[in-house]
Design a protein around this ligand. Structure first.
Ligand SMILES: Nc1ncnc2c1ncn2[C@@H]1O[C@H](COP(=O)(O)OP(=O)(O)O)[C@@H](O)[C@H]1O
Ligand SMILES: [Mg+2]
Length: 269
């Protein structure tokens, strides 16, 4: 049974400013997908295809213009009080830009402790102890807890953001280009960590990336987004058939140009 479901969601943005009447931009058009416990759904597409907008809709950071986001079968817009908190707690996100995602003045443990304070009411040493234990889960030591973000590399900071996302014990994780700015070795480590966490917690993942290399290792199913729509859907082992959408063929050709069974790049306009 789906825990988080997007049902025919669309999102449009007004273009051209307040006074100039511009055409609306349809960033997401009639997308439906559902996340079940333990699943890992990959969402790939070219830059600008609407992936992050879809992620924000799933997180409830933006509301759809059409369609609905359902949490445990109920429209998120109708959730109040404890039901809304249940949604907020259970759907967490890790973004790409980790520097922007953390308060530069807070020590690492406080960054991780924030959701513990918000959702579990932990304070003082109880919050710190819980934060340190989460940090150890993502491979960081007690000595790291009192450091400031600028003392960390991008990969280490991404571990901090993952620890923070895990703090409220979410049922769903949205990972929006969460490893895209890291070099390949660190990417692999973080993906392995996410895989482990997923097996341990049975959290559902929506893994958004423009890089199919990142996604094919870890996902059960791949959705291809193109101009706001879901254009194609692939099951493991993610070999596109002859009828594959050009956007998918292009994303694959970009990383595997030498493979003979893929369409030539020139065919992909
Ligand atoms: N807040 C916004 N206001 C106006 N246009 C936006 C906004 N967010 C995204 N867009 C536009 O919506 C489209 C999809 O963007 P986005 O969801 O960020 O794509 P992706 O994550 O696949 O690169 C792009 O054309 C982008 O310029
Ligand atoms: Mg994006």
């Amino acid at each position: 049974m789906a825990i988080l479901e997007l049902s025919g969601v669309s999102r449009r943005y007004r273009q051209g400013g307040w006074f100039r009447k511009g055409r609306d931009l349809m960033a997401v058009r009639g997308v439906s997908l559902s996340l079940t416990p333990g699943c890992c759904l990959g969402l790939i597409g070219r830059s600008g295809s609407g992936k992050s907008t879809l992620g924000r809709l799933a997180l409830g950071l933006e509301a759809p213009d059409e369609g609905a986001v359902l949490w445990r079968g109920r429209d998120v817009r109708g959730l109040r009080g404890a039901d809304f908190t249940d949604f907020r707690r259970n759907v967490q996100v890790v973004f790409q830009n980790v520097q922007a995602a953390v308060n530069p003045r807070l020590p690492i443990w406080k960054i991780v402790a924030e959701p513990l304070e918000n959702f579990d009411g932990l304070t003082g040493s109880a919050a710190r102890d819980a934060a340190v234990s989460l940090l150890s889960r993502v491979g960081l030591g007690e000595a790291d807890a009192d450091r400031l973000p600028h003392q960390f590399s991008g990969g280490m900071l991404q571990r901090v953001c993952i620890a923070r996302a895990l703090a409220p014990r979410p049922a769903c994780l949205v990972l929006d280009e969460a490893v895209s700015s890291l070099d390949m070795a660190v990417q692999a480590q973080i993906i392995d960590l996410l895989d482990e966490i997923r097996r341990e917690t049975n959290a559902a993942c929506l893994f958004i990336s423009h890089d199919i290399r990142v996604i094919r290792r870890t996902c059960d199913e791949l959705l291809v987004m193109e101009q706001g729509r879901l254009a194609d859907r692939l099951a493991k082992p993610f070999e596109p058939g002859p009828g594959a959408h050009p956007a998918l063929a292009e994303l694959i050709a970009a990383i595997l140009p030498a493979r003979p069974n893929l369409p030539a790049r020139s065919k992909v306009a």
